[in-house]
Design a protein around this ligand. Sequence first.
Ligand SMILES: [Ca+2]
Length: 207
Amino acid sequence: MVGAIQAAVPVNEVESTLKADAAQVGKPKRRQTVEESIPRTIKMKEKSPFRVWLTIGVITLLAVIGGLFMMFRDGTPSGVVSPSISASASRADFPATNAIDGDPETIWSSGQDPIQWIMLDLGAPKTVSAIRLHISQFPDGQTVHHIWVGADVSQMTQVHEFRGDTSDPQILEFIPPEPLENVRFIKIMTTQSPSWVAWREIEVVSE
Ligand SMILES: [Ca+2]
């Protein structure tokens, strides 16, 4: 049986195969270039504009998040402060915030006779060149208002006193001889008035 299988392969075909193998011996194989060695799928991804823009987008997003973190880690964005206000007393429908909303038609009212006060926190020390008080008063009459300022609520200094006949909606303006430096807190204390203590608006001109 073995002899029969060997006889089934033509002699000429065996010789030509052996010659072809012999011709390949010692012949250097063509080297595969680096580019050819990279799978096609990877090359397609590297050339994709979508992938490039996605990378740029992610980097930009991370930079924005990092910037916002730096801005807000101290509680407020750098260079931006938000004033706040408090008062000795306030009627529910006439809150203290009405005194700093920029609208003379909205009123803070303590709902109380003197002595009452309202205090503005500028959020950071500033140089103040003017303070304007928009009166809300009924009836007209003799009033006394004191302006206190300071960098800290425990160390306030009185810088002015308004004393005289006043009426609604008069504006009292205080312009110091020199701008007041290092002012964060401004307290307006009313010690005499025929009216409940109230203000339409407190304006502060600061640098
Ligand atoms: Ca107002």
